[in-house]
Each structure stands twice: as structure tokens, then as C-alpha cells.
Design a protein around this ligand. Structure first.
Ligand code: HEM
Ligand code: HEM
Length: 291
């Protein structure tokens, strides 16, 4: 199971909706703001010689806090996979992850004393900034998409949606039996040529427009008024089923789009986080050995 699936509690259970941002009345946002302000105040008022940097007592303190925080942030991957609903739930973890993760921008920056260069220390710092920026994108994504997803999913998983589509195809084949061969060909083409998966760079509405089911529906609608009397009823039935299939295709495509984008995002955020961890180890080892 991918990270994404576990976020969505796998595609078999309803997705966890937005709400982690506001969790416990912004408890972790408040914590992050307080921690950041306190560390800035201390930074401004303590006297360290010769100047602030990672090697002063305050630098070490902030470096240690930042590192512990990063290690803890990485643990969310494990936490997500441990199914232990309870007081310390995943929503709380995600909320803390997001806000405390963002507070690293203050803590780690103060740790460096604003001394950057072309070295492994700054590499660790840069990677951290990229992880955080990608984190913001993820939050934007989660905060804007699940609402649409919940309309879209109607609590159905992708597998269920695909099964429903197959069942509609069976209905189409049956309903097409009394039709003239020309219409049957149309229906068969609609079944065989419909591609469910939307292309990554094509909008869902463009996919819907170009879809073989939409084309068949259009052509049958056009042909129906001039069809022989006895064909009209079965044609009406076919068109109703095609419309249902169209709606289902729309839901399924949105679902696939959502899960694909989410997976892509995690494939960005997580490897960057591991790269950060590696650079951080190199940074810490190097300062202890060479500094
Ligand atoms: C246990 C944790 C950490 C320790 C013991 C530590 C230690 C140090 C020390 C001793 C320095 C001063 C090096 C010098 O002046 O040449 C330093 C600088 C620095 N640290 Fe850390 N650090 C830690 C965590 C972090 C973290 C989490 C980051 C950011 C991701 C980071 C990024 C930097 C940067 C960018 C500098 C400035 C390097 C420079 O002066 O060119 N450190 N750190
Ligand atoms: C240096 C800081 C950070 C590190 C090391 C880090 C690392 C991680 C890791 C390892 C995961 C687990 C993904 C998985 O295995 O499924 C994750 C998930 C996530 N991260 Fe971060 N992250 C950091 C900062 C941030 C920030 C600042 C934000 C938001 C502003 C953020 C947003 C998220 C979100 C929304 C998830 C998905 C949570 C979920 O699926 O429940 N991260 N992060």
C-alpha cells in the first residue's frame, strides 16, 4: 500500500477530510507561533560570542530541537501505517506535522545565524526549505480537493466505481439486443473505445468531451428522432444508461486524478525528506569531526 492510500485510509474507506488545519482550535498553529516568537526573542536578546551561529550554546540548542523535530516529522510515515485510532489520532499528528514543520523555518534559520555557504550545512538547510515548501503545496492540495472528492466519491472506492462501470456495460449490451445493427455497433464502440483513465495533462472536462461514451450519446440523440417507431423505446433506454455511465465515468476520473496527484506529491515530499535527513546526518557528523 502506498503512502497515499494510507492517507486516504486506502481506497476502501472514506477519505479523511480537511479539518486537520483547524484541529483542536488551531492548537498546533498556536504552539508553533509561540515557539517561533520565543526563539526569535531569545535570539535577539541573548549575548553570544562572537556572533550567532550553529556553534554557540543557543545554536546547539536550536539545532538539537530542529533535528529532533525533523526526526519526529519523519515518523508520521510510520504513524500513518499504524492503525491505532485513539486519543493521539492521525488528524492531530497531521496538524502538528504541518504547523511544527513550518516552524522549522524559524528555528533552523536562527540556528544557522544566517550563515550560509556552498557546503553540506546549507545543503541540509536548502533541502529542509524545499520539503517545507512542498508540504505547503500538499496542504493546499488536501484542503482544496477532498471536498470535491467527497461529492465525487459518494463513499465509493475506485474498485467499486470500476465494478459499477462494468455492470453498466453489461446493461448496455443487454439493452442493445433489440436494436438495429447500426445502433448496436455504436453501443459496442462506446463500450470498447471508452478510456477511463484521464491523461495527466488533460482536464477532466476535456476527457469527458472526447470520450467515446459522450460521442455515442450524441450520435444516438441525433439519430433517435428519425429512428423507426419500434426502435425509439430501446434507444431511449440505451441513452439513459449511457448518461448514467457518463456520470459514473466523471466520478471515476476525478477519483483517479485525485489519487494520482496525491501520489505524485508524496513522491516528491517524502524523498526530499529522506534527502534532508541524509544531509542532516552529514552536517552533524561534519561539525563534530571537522569543526
Ligand atoms: C543536533 C543538531 C545540530 C547540530 C549539533 C548542529 C551543529 C552546527 C554547528 C556546530 C554549526 C556551526 C558550524 C560552523 O560555524 O562552521 C552549524 C551551522 C549550521 N547548521 Fe547546524 N546543527 C544541527 C542541526 C541543524 C539543522 C536541523 C539544520 C538545518 C536543516 C542545520 C543547518 C545549519 C547551517 C545552514 C549552518 C550554517 C553553516 C555555515 O556556517 O556555513 N543544522 N550547525
Ligand atoms: C522538514 C520538515 C518535514 C519533513 C521531514 C516531512 C516529512 C514527511 C513525511 C516522511 C511524511 C510521510 C509521508 C508518508 O510516508 O506517507 C509527510 C507527510 C506529510 N507532510 Fe511532511 N514533512 C515536513 C514538513 C512538512 C510541512 C511544513 C508541511 C505542511 C506545511 C507538511 C505536510 C505534510 C502532509 C500534508 C503530509 C501528509 C500527511 C498525511 O498523509 O496524513 N510536511 N511529511
Amino acid at each position: 500500500m502506498t503512502a497515499l492510500d494510507s492517507h486516504t485510509q486506502s481506497s476502501d474507506t472514506p477519505i479523511r477530510h480537511e479539518g486537520f488545519l483547524r484541529h483542536k482550535r488551531y492548537r498546533y498553529l498556536k504552539a508553533a507561533v509561540v515557539i517561533s516568537i520565543v526563539s526569535i526573542i531569545v535570539y535577539l536578546f541573548v549575548d553570544v560570542e562572537p556572533r550567532h551561529n550553529g556553534g554557540t550554546w543557543y545554536g546547539y540548542t536550536l539545532g538539537t530541537i530542529s533535528t529532533l523535530l525533523i526526526v519526529w516529522l519523519m515518523l508520521i510515515g510510520l504513524r500513518k501505517r499504524a492503525i491505532t485510532p485513539g486519543h493521539w489520532n492521525l488528524k492531530g499528528w497531521t496538524s502538528a506535522h504541518v504547523y511544527l514543520g513550518a516552524s522549522l523555518l524559524v528555528l533552523a534559520t536562527l540556528h544557522t545565524g544566517f550563515q550560509f555557504g556552498l557546503n553540506v550545512h546549507t545543503l541540509a538547510y536548502t533541502l529542509m526549505v524545499f520539503v517545507i515548501i512542498s508540504g505547503f503545496y500538499g496542504v493546499y492540495f488536501y484542503a482544496t480537493t477532498p471536498r470535491r472528492m467527497s461529492d465525487n466519491r459518494a463513499q465509493r472506492s475506485q474498485a467499486e466505481l470500476l465494478t459499477a462501470i462494468r455492470s453498466i456495460d453489461r446493461q448496455l449490451r443487454e439493452a442493445a439486443q433489440p436494436l438495429d445493427p447500426a445502433y448496436v455497433r455504436e453501443v459496442k464502440r462506446a463500450i470498447s473505445k471508452t478510456k477511463i483513465r484521464p491523461g495527466l495533462f488533460t482536464s477532466i472536462s476535456a476527457t469527458q468531451k472526447r470520450c467515446a461514451t459522450t460521442h455515442a450519446l450524441k450520435r444516438l440523440r441525433h439519430a433517435a428522432p428519425s429512428a423507426p417507431e419500434e426502435m425509439r423505446r430501446p434507444l431511449e433506454d440505451i441513452m439513459a444508461i449511457l448518461e448514467r455511465k457518463n456520470a459514473l465515468l466523471l466520478r471515476t476520473r476525478r477519483h483517479i486524478r485525485f489519487t494520482t496527484l496525491l501520489r505524485l506529491w508524496l513522491h516528491f515530499h517524502v524523498p526530499l525528506a529522506f534527502a534532508l535527513l541524509a544531509a542532516l546526518v552529514a552536517h552533524i557528523v561534519s561539525v563534530f569531526f571537522f569543526w
